[in-house]
Design a protein around this ligand. Structure first.
Ligand code: HEC
Length: 224
C-alpha cells in the first residue's frame, strides 16, 4: 500500500515539476496558473480603467453629498471645532492621559482640556450628533434606537456612571464597551473630552430634585 502511494506520489510530483518547473525559476513564457495568482485581482487600480463600470472608468468623481475619508470639512462641521494648542484636532493614541483617559494603571479624573462655555457647546453638539441616538439628548438611555431593539443602552444619569472618573468615560467613548461600539476612530481626541465635559453637565442638571435647586433657579422655574 505504502509502496503504491510512494510510487504515485513520485509520479505526480515529477509530472507537476515537469509542467510547472521549480519554484523561483525564471521563465520567458507566460507562467501556467493552475489556480489564479494573487497578482491578478478583480480590483480597481488607481489611474486605470475598469470594465466593471459602464463608463469603463476606474476612478469616479465624488458622489454628491459625500465626504472622502480623512477630509476635514470647513466651518461649522469641522473636526477642528475644538482645537489643541497647535490649532489642530487630533486622532492620536499616545500613551498619555489626554489620549487614553488612563493615568498609570487606573482611569484618571479631570477633563484634559480647559473647560469653558465653548468646550461645553462643542460637547453638546457632538453629543447630540454621536450619542443621542442611543443615550437620548437628556442622557437617559431612551434614544430612538431603543424602539428598534437596542434594549440595553446604559443611562448616563445612573449613579454608577456618575461615580466613574472622567478618564473612564473618555475610554468608553474611545474603545466602546460590550454592545456599544468604539467612537475613537470617528471623534477627535479634543471632541471626546468636550463630550465628557457635556456628559458631566447633563449628570448635574438632569433628574435634579426640586429641593436641590437654588432659590434663583426655583424662581425661574415658577415663572415658566
Ligand atoms: C449605537 C448606540 C450607542 C451610541 C451611539 C453610544 N452608545 Fe454609549 N452605550 C450603548 C450601550 C448599548 C451601552 C451599554 C453597554 C453595556 O452593555 O455595558 C452603552 C454604555 C455607555 C456608557 C457606560 C459604560 C459603562 O461603564 O457601563 C457610557 C459612559 C456611554 N455609553 C457613553 C456614550 C457616549 C459619550 C457616546 C457618544 C460618543 C455613546 N455612548 C454613544 C450604546 C451606544
Amino acid at each position: 500500500m505504502v509502496r503504491y502511494f510512494l510510487f504515485f506520489f513520485v509520479l505526480v510530483a515529477a509530472g507537476v515539476v515537469s509542467l510547472a518547473g521549480f519554484r523561483g525559476e525564471k521563465f520567458s513564457k507566460t507562467p501556467l496558473q493552475i489556480t489564479p495568482d494573487m497578482k491578478h485581482q478583480p480590483k480597481v487600480i488607481t489611474q486605470h480603467g475598469s470594465t466593471f463600470f459602464a463608463d469603463n472608468r476606474g476612478d469616479h468623481p465624488l458622489v454628491a453629498g459625500t465626504i472622502p475619508v480623512g477630509y476635514n470639512l470647513p466651518g461649522r462641521y469641522s473636526q477642528s471645532g475644538v482645537n489643541n494648542q497647535a490649532g489642530n484636532s487630533t486622532f492620536t493614541s499616545e500613551p498619555t492621559y489626554r489620549d487614553t483617559g488612563i493615568m498609570g494603571e487606573v482611569y484618571g479624573d479631570g477633563i484634559a482640556l480647559e473647560v469653558n462655555a465653548r468646550l461645553l457647546e462643542r460637547g453638546r453638539e457632538r453629543y447630540e450628533i454621536f450619542c443621542s441616538v442611543c443615550h437620548d439628548r437628556s442622557g437617559s438611555g431612551n434614544g430612538v434606537t431603543k424602539a428598534f431593539g437596542l434594549a440595553t443602552v446604559a443611562s448616563l444619569l445612573d449613579d454608577r456612571i456618575k461615580a466613574q472618573p472622567d478618564g473612564q468615560i473618555f475610554s468608553t467613548i474611545t474603545n466602546g464597551k460590550n454592545t456599544m461600539g468604539a467612537y475613537g476612530p470617528s471623534i477627535a481626541v479634543e471632541d471626546r473630552w468636550a463630550i465628557v465635559a457635556y456628559v458631566r453637565a447633563l449628570q448635574k442638571t438632569q433628574l435634579v430634585k426640586l429641593d436641590q435647586l437654588s432659590p434663583e433657579a426655583k424662581a425661574q422655574l415658577e415663572k415658566k
